[in-house]
Design a protein around this ligand. Structure first.
Ligand SMILES: [Zn+2]
Length: 411
């Protein structure tokens, strides 16, 4: 099987310009013009390959190569094409366009699958618009209630329900998105590592054994505004200062955790009214907490919640906190992991078993299907930045391995 790596690199590069900002910056936030155009672009590529393309009510795209035995559950692969603000060109995209290149190689080799093979392009893996990641795969797995999902709101107060009405028309219902356990015989996601281990060690393939458990906390702090000259210091209820103390306590909670993999980040911090001569009356924070160990992660989360209460009480401001998600880690399917490892060896690629510290759609697919992931190295482990880079050769290897595994699973 020959992967057309030049074609693949061209496809990756041509998606870069479908962005809300000029190249090399990639910004494709859910439902932005760039996101909608990128979906259309990928749908066209799927049509070109004569795949049967369908879309569910939340915009997950399914492109199917029908197998010779329609009774068998399909084998799935895929990832996402949405991107956080100021991102690079490889995160997610390699798993979508790489899957297309793998299918092209399988076609060219005259392979005829018994199981159908399905490429899934998941809606909103990134949490930018609604503060919750893996929206599409979460709904597919049933981990998110449809009514809860429809009520999610973005920073402008627009709900997912409203967005879906505007884009697809009609009364949105997400009941049909969830899929039953066992509907796929396997799911394999190809992705850049987004960490430095493979690049540093000069290892060609990462075989993911487990995926870390993320939790997201949204905090809305309400204090009291006023004139920056007139309100005396002793009378202040400054929402920003409470938020600042909370952000520091978030850092401390992760640093003091006994778990080596504990990380916590205050990634969103917005204040109102945002005027130099006005005391901030409102601060909105979003906090991301992760660990490979569920109980350690929950302990960090609990500690942060206690600190929020203490700080806000002392600073005489109020805080409303919402846990947007509190997910369990995923363990990859041992049989699939073995197949990946053996296939990598048979192709002559060095490989390493590893933990995914970033979460992926595979985290949720693991709830309904045997799941595994292929990591490829990215330079210095840099990701979520415009200078994110994976070499054409690294991408070719990952794609070749994906094609090989799909061939084995679908035969
Ligand atoms: Zn990703």
């Amino acid at each position: 099987m020959q992967i057309e790596s030049e074609w693949l690199q061209q496809q990756i590069d041509s998606l870069v310009v479908i962005s809300e900002e000029p190249a090399p910056v990639v910004t494709r936030i859910l439902f932005s013009d760039a996101d909608l155009r990128a979906r259309e672009h990928v749908r066209r590529l799927c049509h070109d390959l004569q795949l049967k393309v369908t879309e569910d009510a939340v915009g997950n795209i399914f492109a199917r190569w029908p197998g010779s035995d329609p009774e068998l559950p399909p084998i799935a692969t895929g990832s996402h094409i949405d991107a956080i603000p100021n991102a690079g060109r490889y995160d997610g995209v390699v798993g979508v366009l790489g899957a297309l290149a793998a299918l092209r190689a399988l076609r060219a080799s005259n392979f005829s699958p018994r199981h159908s093979i399905e490429l899934i392009v998941f809606t909103s893996e990134e949490p930018t618009r609604f503060g919750i990641g893996c929206l599409g795969s979460r709904l597919i797995s049933g981990a998110l209630e449809p009514e809860h999902a429809l009520a999610l709101t973005d920073v402008d107060g627009n709900s997912l329900r409203r967005w879906l009405e505007a884009i697809y028309g009609g009364e949105p219902t997400l009941r049909s998105v969830a899929k039953p356990k066992g509907c796929y015989a396997g799911f394999v996601e190809l992705h850049i590592e987004q960490g430095p281990l493979l690049d540093r060690a000069g290892i060609e393939i990462g075989v993911v054994e487990s995926i870390a458990a993320p939790a997201t906390l949204r905090v809305q702090i309400t204090g009291e505004g006023g004139h920056a000259g007139a309100v005396l210091m002793s009378d202040r209820h400054d929402a920003l200062l409470a938020g600042a103390e909370i952000a520091l306590s978030v850092e401390q909670a992760a640093r003091e955790s006994h778990s080596r993999d504990a990380v916590a980040t205050t990634g969103v911090f917005r204040i109102q009214p945002g005027a130099v001569n006005s005391v901030p009356f409102r601060a909105d924070l979003e906090i991301d907490i992760r660990d490979t160990n569920l109980s350690a992660r929950d302990a960090t989360l609990e500690k942060i919640q206690t600190e929020i209460t203490t700080i806000c009480h002392r600073r005489r401001v109020s805080a409303a906190t919402v846990i947007l998600n509190q997910d369990a880690p995923a363990v990859c399917d041992p049989a699939l992991v073995k197949i990946l490892e053996q296939s990598a060896a048979s192709l002559g690629f060095s490989s390493l078993r590893m933990v995914s510290r970033a979460y992926h759609d595979a985290l949720f697919m693991a709830q309904i299907s045997p799941t595994a992931m292929i990591f490829i190295p990215c330079r210095d482990g840099i990701s979520h930045r415009p200078d994110e880079f994976a070499s054409t050769e690294a991408i070719r290897r990952g794609t070749q391995l994906l094609a090989e595994v799909l061939r084995k699973l679908a035969a």
